[in-house]
Design a binder for this molecule. Structure first.
Ligand code: F6P
Length: 619
């Protein structure tokens, strides 16, 4: 059943999904539901994986369907109206840059995007010889930009302190807190702080669940849940003292992996809103039409990106092969495309329990290009080495045929330098691939073309736009690169057996959200009660069959700390529950299995096993 479409779309957006129906995985927020489209993700080949993730990404642009549950979508009138209202408030900041600030804040990918966006719009202002007035906050500080530091997102007090610190002396602050799942305590603390100081702060929450689905357990050591904070914020909407921008974009292709659609939708929504605010500053009024014009360019980016599906699938296959042979994927990007590469690489660590060396990102100019507040962090250890020079000096000597090296650049970058790097890499591995962005009329020089066996070439139309509008091409290229990398790494880890159906089943439990996600995945795969699932999860974390009173009385923060030193916590719990076997038995089964997925699959088929909730729903 196709809903009533109000707008003409550049891409074919899918029909409303089953996830929109009342009662579908009712207890879960949209961001944690399993997407009905990708139920058999783990059985897909590379081409099918690209197609499935492409269709999931297209859901971002799907309009609301009046026949189904009423979720607001990106193109809903109410969402466009709020985007316009916030854009007008950004303009006020831009008029008084000396005592005003736009602060973007987030955790994990959301924080890295806060940095990327703040830098883009400061760059835009600098180009107009205006005072930069954007700044970012990243939970865990700058070290979280290039490494995975998930635990800091659990601290609301720290969030508030950081916000107060960066806003010292400012009279007018527009705060944008990004939490795709409406879940991060760090962001809740900041929103709460803003609401206590409404004379200075205008809080805006960005995420992709309705407020009624915001995370509801009380934040440990604090007075509220995220939902209570969001509900308070909602009451400020009519008086325009606070805003929530939370269109539904559908469940992630890999359940809960908010770096994917959530991250992309964050980028689309905020860049559109901010670009319109800047255009409007040059006396173009903020209208729905302006917003729509920009949103369409992102739809176009989806179409251009996935026109290369075959080559994306080949890159995914190559990456999976490298990972299988204990090789690596090295992503070397130029300019902000390098940061997009780092962003993707870092998220493989918490999502797939990858070693930080497995997928690594490098950027031309290192920290200088990232423009982070704390400057060069490379002295903190090898994990923090992110420049191309670091790659050539420290990594390249050990690169071999088992590794894949991916270069990402535009034809405006230094092609001589790129050619030299390609030559160096080719001495070590023939598995070299390229994502190359061109503007119509630009061509890759033959000399470079001849040396690279596989090129994902993306050609973008020339945009005859005023200065602000010219940023659209940069945004399109970044998003396109993000889509490709999300698809390649998620797909490669799926092929490596790290996904069961469309659930991540081997992630690091290093914050409270991930602890709850682990329990929820356990429940959904085994059909056992929450209490039983929590018990077995704890057995797996502590490696003990009998849980002591002390363990039972430990806080979730304590369990998370204990889980940090363990691997395969969730898979061990899943197999133990499915087979009713001890933690030790389960661990040895998993260790002798071909993959996590195959260990779970074979445990699902054990005779006499009670069928789980997911079995009856999906099969
Ligand atoms: O906790 C890890 C993580 O899920 C990351 O993968 C994600 O980017 C980050 O949290 C932030 O999530 P959210 O935007 O939903 O707060």
């Amino acid at each position: 059943m196709r809903g009533t479409r109000k707008y003409q779309h550049v891409i074919e957006t899918p029909d409303p999904g089953k996830w929109e129906l009342a009662g579908y995985e009712e207890s879960l927020p949209i961001s944690e539901k399993s997407n009905p489209m990708t139920r058999e993700l783990d059985k897909a080949d590379p081409s099918q994986l690209v197609q499935l993730l492409r269709d999931c990404d297209a859901e971002i642009f799907q309009e609301e369907d009046e026949n189904l549950i009423h979720y607001h979508r990106l193109y809903s009138e109410s969402v466009l109206k709020t985007m316009g209202d916030v854009a007008k408030r950004v303009q006020e900041v831009l008029k008084n840059p000396d005592d005003s600030l736009v602060v973007l804040s987030g955790c994990g990918t959301s924080g890295r995007l806060a940095l990327l966006l703040a830098n883009s719009f400061n760059g835009l202002l600098k180009g107009l010889h205006k005072t930069p007035c954007y700044c970012y906050i990243m939970s865990g500080g700058d070290r979280s930009i290039v490494t995975s530091q998930e635990s800091s997102e659990d601290n609301p007090q720290l969030g508030a302190q950081e916000l107060e610190k960066v806003c010292e002396g400012k009279k007018n602050v527009l705060f944008i807190g990004i939490s795709c799942g409406l879940s991060a305590p760090f962001i809740a603390g900041q929103l709460d702080f803003c609401m206590r100081h409404l004379d200075v702060y205008l809080p805006v929450l960005v995420g992709f669940n309705p407020v009624s689905m915001a995370r509801n357990e009380r934040i440990e050591g604090w007075h509220s849940s995220f939902r209570q904070v969001a509900e308070r914020l909602q009451t400020l909407h009519d008086s325009q003292k606070g805003f929530i921008l939370n269109p539904a974009v559908g469940p992630e292709g890999v359940s809960g992996s908010s770096r994917m659609k959530g991250g992309s939708a964050t980028k689309i929504l905020l860049e559109t809103l901010l670009l319109v605010a800047h255009k409007a500053e040059s006396n173009v009024p903020v209208t729905e039409k302006c917003l729509l014009e920009i949103l369409r360019t992102y739809e176009r980016a989806h179409k251009v990106t996935y026109s290369q599906s075959k080559k994306i699938a080949a890159l995914m296959k190559q990456t999976a092969t490298s990972l299988q042979k204990k090789g690596h994927l090295y992503i070397l990007g130029w300019g902000t495309l390098g940061l997009v590469g780092i962003m993707d690489a870092v998220e493989c660590v918490p999502t797939y329990q990858a070693d930080w060396r497995d997928v690594r990102g490098f950027i031309t100019g290192g920290y200088h290009s990232i423009e982070n507040k704390e400057g060069d962090l490379s002295s903190l250890g090898p994990e923090f080495s992110i420049s191309h020079e670091d790659f050539v000096k420290n990594v390249l000597p050990s690169v071999s045929e088992t590794d894949t090296v991916l270069l990402i650049f535009t034809l405006d970058d230094d092609l001589n330098q790129i050619e030299k790097l390609v030559a160096l890499v080719k001495e070590k591995t023939s598995n070299i691939q390229v994502i190359c962005h061109a503007t119509a009329g630009q061509y890759l020089p033959n000399s470079l073309k001849k040396t690279i066996p596989s090129i994902i070439g993306l050609t973008w139309p020339i945009l005859f736009l005023e200065y602000e509008g010219a940023f659209i091409q940069k945004f399109q290229r970044e998003l396109s690169t993000k889509w490709i990398l999300d698809t390649v790494t998620s797909g490669a880890y799926t092929l490596r057996g790290k996904i069961f159906r469309n659930f991540m089943v081997d992630f690091k439990i290093n914050n409270s959200k991930l602890f709850h996600r682990a329990t929820s995945v356990l429940q959904r795969l085994t059909g056992q009660s929450q209490q039983r699932c929590t018990e077995v999860l704890l057995q797996s974390i502590y490696g003990e069959q009998t849980l002591s009173e002390q363990i039972r009385n430990t806080t979730i923060a304590g369990h998370v700390e204990a889980a940090a030193s363990q691997d395969k916590v969730l898979p061990v719990a899943i197999v133990s529950l499915l087979r009713s076997c001890t933690i030790q038995d389960s661990r040895s089964r998993i260790n002798s299995s071909l993959s996590i997925r195959s260990a779970i699959e074979s445990s699902m088929n054990v005779p006499g096993r009670k069928r789980g909730a997911e079995d009856s729903e999906s099969r």
